[in-house]
Design a protein around this ligand. Structure first.
Ligand code: SF4
Length: 313
């Protein structure tokens, strides 16, 4: 780890470009301008696998396909239905911000909201994620993350460790917004919302829904969403990861996660050393090379632990 180079509380975008790194930034190599919360979580499974996924593509696993369907079904049950058909990126961003705003602004009455977009900044890198569910419990907002499995087998501690990082990051991002460390202005500047225009057909759909003219820009709906987050209950230091069997719908395990600032920031600093270009993507340690058996890049793009068959002479 490179000490003294990481500052976690800087919300200004692009300041990472001013730091000298010793190799090209992964952001440019991987053609990214946003780090997803799931990217950071994946670093705690295998950082190299995360990077190879961007370079060579990731095939959807049965868990991922079933997960998307289960998430959609639960969202339909819990969230207020929003029937908007986006035709452009600004339309899609507007819809996501609008559904997130509806979920948070009605959280106290409805008790739960699903699929909330969340934004933040670390070291000047834009960070984005989607929180599966928040619940209003004992005056606090509690984060829930759902993971889908194809059997009743309990998740391994290595799987939980990676998922744990994801929910801890959500807690940090929610707290940063509540404490004014990441504001609507940071978001608007970082995402360039004032240059975004929604399509005429999308405006017409909003009009039909009774949305006021002044709330029909990406910036205005983002401002409403950020202010609803500021007004939401305090963020609980406790979060939960629920592992569900896709076939039976049974919850296999509910893992409780506690936020400890020092522990979390140490892990985050470690992850950011990679994004700042101070370290190549790290393969798993030898003690965890069993993970390679489940890796689509094993023996192809990654040969770190691959024992090639010896030729018989
Ligand atoms: S083969 Fe192993 S070390 Fe290489 S990317 Fe996959 S999991 Fe990581």
């Amino acid at each position: 780890m490179v000490d003294g180079l990481i500052c976690l509380d800087t919300p200004d975008e692009m300041d990472h470009d001013t730091k000298e790194s010793i190799r090209p930034s992964p952001m440019s190599r991987l053609h990214k301008n946003v780090i997803r919360a799931t990217d950071i979580a994946a670093q705690f499974w295998c950082e190299k696998q995360m990077e190879l996924g961007y370079l060579y593509g990731k095939e959807a696993t049965p868990e991922m396909r079933n997960g998307a369907e289960v998430h959609k079904n639960i969202e339909t049950i819990i969230n207020i239905p929003v029937n908007l058909k986006p035709e452009s990126y600004p339309d899609s961003l507007y819809r996501s911000l609008y559904t997130s705003y509806l979920g948070v602004s009605t959280l106290r009455e409805r008790g739960a909201a699903r699929e909330l977009n969340i934004y933040g900044s670390i070291n000047g890198f834009k960070i984005a994620g989607k929180i599966d569910e928040i619940r209003y419990e004992d005056g606090k907002t509690v984060v829930y993350e759902d993971k889908i499995k194809m059997s009743d087998r309990e998740p391994s501690s290595a799987q939980i460790a990676s998922h744990r990082m994801q929910v801890l990051l959500y807690i940090k991002m929610l707290n940063d917004i509540k404490r004014g460390l990441y504001t609507f202005s940071n978001f608007a500047r970082g995402w360039g919302t004032d240059k975004m225009r929604i399509t005429d057909s999308f405006s017409a759909q909003l009009k039909d829904m009774g949305i006021k003219e002044g709330d029909m820009t990406v910036g205005s709906i983002a401002a409403l969403y950020f202010s609803s987050l500021m007004d939401a209950g305090d963020i609980s230091d406790m979060a939960f990861i629920r592992y569900t069997n896709a076939q039976s719908g049974n919850i296999i395990k509910s893992s409780r996660v506690e936020y400890s600032q020092n522990d979390f920031e140490e892990r985050l600093k470690y992850a950011m050393v990679y994004w700042n270009g101070f370290r190549d993507a790290k393969p798993v340690d030898e003690s965890e090379k069993w993970k390679c058996n489940y890796c689509p890049f094993f023996g192809k793009q990654c040969t770190t632990w691959y024992q090639a068959k010896q030729k018989v002479l």
